[in-house]
Design a binder for this molecule. Structure first.
Ligand SMILES: [Zn+2]
Length: 414
């Protein structure tokens, strides 16, 4: 039986000269270029006068059957007769970067591994140093958006993210969909100030600025003002999850307060069962089982005001789930506000204030519910990347990490 196997090297324009193992059992593949010319580094002419070989270089390549693979090549040099002093130029081949100790294929592999992982992890699993993985990121992933990937922008997502745990250092993140409807990060800005965001929006090429229809953000006046100043025709869409977060927090606080009051009047046993209803209380009613609904209702019977608050919150949740026009949603919100006022509850006061300012943006969600969806997905992705990279990040590197992640961990279309 034949126990050897031919594997294509997948390196264009080379001939394999020899293959051997080193003392550690790694493959050493000696290759030479099959091209007999290069471009002069001074004048750019194609030059063919062979001058000699450089010293051999070793480049890490994709592992084969669990062994590390090193490609050894002696770069060729060519002389130019067009230029004064007849300078020589070293030939380079497309499958490696002269500044890198790896082949491009190996770097692609590292970047792919970096999707959903950390630099530390990749360094350990792939047997390369931390600095080398960082070097690949620096060389291969841009720190700025390449506008040529966009014919239109349509929706911008603007969000903020705390760069370091416990520090009040926030970066603003601007995202959009590219021409293939894939989420892309356009910028990670060093702070979340209005001026910083406005400066970035102004830096968007003019032909793309005119294609923006929506800016999706949370209820942050700085972001909204930056958009209104620089792109006055663009409508603000308030991210519905930020809205829900806001009113949920208020109702949760009201629940806490109610429980403290119940503690005075209820028996220890009954109080204990009430305390256990937090999850049921927060969850969407429509996703609870019959038994869970029963438990929740029993609890709410003990606290009629909390029940009213819960019902009003439930109505808001339903409002956002419904397919409806902006005008219909506006009307529903008006009705809802009237009900809150009639109920005499104070727990929605802050939220009612917020609606005064943001109702238009909040209901714009109904005009464009499909395209604002990517902003939610992007925000979740960013949180995961951030968690993996805590403490290591400046904004440029964060941008590179996101770019690398989006580009290399993307599922191939089926
Ligand atoms: Zn020349």
């Amino acid at each position: 039986m034949n126990s050897s196997l031919q594997i294509p090297l997948d390196l264009p324009n080379v001939r394999l000269l020899s293959s051997s193992y080193d003392a550690q059992g790694n493959f050493i593949l000696e290759v030479e270029s099959s091209l007999s010319f290069t471009k002069c580094r001074c004048c750019g002419h194609k030059i063919t006068e062979f001058h000699g070989y450089d010293r051999p270089i070793r480049l890490r390549h994709l592992p084969i059957l669990g062994r590390d693979v090193w490609i050894e090549i002696r770069p060729k040099r060519y002389r130019c007769r067009h230029c004064e002093g007849d300078p020589t130029t070293t030939q380079t081949l497309e499958w490696y970067d002269p500044r890198s100790p790896h082949t491009r294929a190996f770097e692609d592999w590292l970047l792919k591994m970096l999707g959903n992982s950390t630099v530390m992890d990749v360094s350990r699993r792939c047997g390369v140093s931390y600095g080398e993985v960082e070097g690949v990121l620096k060389r291969r992933v841009s720190t700025q958006v390449d506008w040529s990937g966009f014919k239109q922008l349509r929706t911008l997502g603007i969000d903020e993210i705390a760069l370091k745990k416990g520090h009040k250092h926030y970066a603003a993140i601007i995202s959009s969909l590219d021409d293939h409807d894939r989420p892309q990060v356009l910028a990670v800005l060093p702070d979340r100030l209005k001026e910083t965001v406005a400066a970035f929006l102004r830096s968007i090429p003019e032909h793309l600025q005119t294609t923006v229809c929506w800016a999706c953000c949370d209820m942050n006046e700085g972001f909204a003002n930056a958009v209104q100043e620089t792109l006055p025709k663009v409508a603000i869409v308030v991210d519905r999850f930020h809205v829900a977060q806001y009113y949920n927090r208020e109702v949760d606080n009201f629940r806490k307060q109610t429980l403290q009051e119940l503690k005075q009047t209820l028996s220890a046993d009954t109080y204990a069962t009430c305390k256990g209803t937090l999850w049921l209380f927060r969850h969407h009613y429509w996703s609870l089982t019959a038994e869970q609904r029963g438990q929740l209702e029993e609890f709410l019977l003990l606290a009629p005001e909390l029940k009213d608050a819960w019902l009003l919150r439930h109505e808001l949740n339903l409002l956002f789930e419904q397919e409806q026009t902006k005008a219909q949603a506006q009307q529903q919100l008006q009705d809802w506000k009237a009900k809150v006022k009639a109920s005499g509850l104070a727990c929605f006061d802050k939220f009612l204030n917020l609606l005064e300012t943001w109702q238009d943006g909040i209901t714009n969600y109904f005009e464009d519910r499909n395209t604002s969806g990517f902003v939610e997905g992007m925000n979740n992705k960013l949180k995961v990347i951030k968690r993996r990279c805590y403490g290591l990040l400046d904004v440029k590197r964060f941008f590179q990490h996101i770019q690398g992640d989006l580009a290399f961990s993307r599922k191939q279309p089926a």
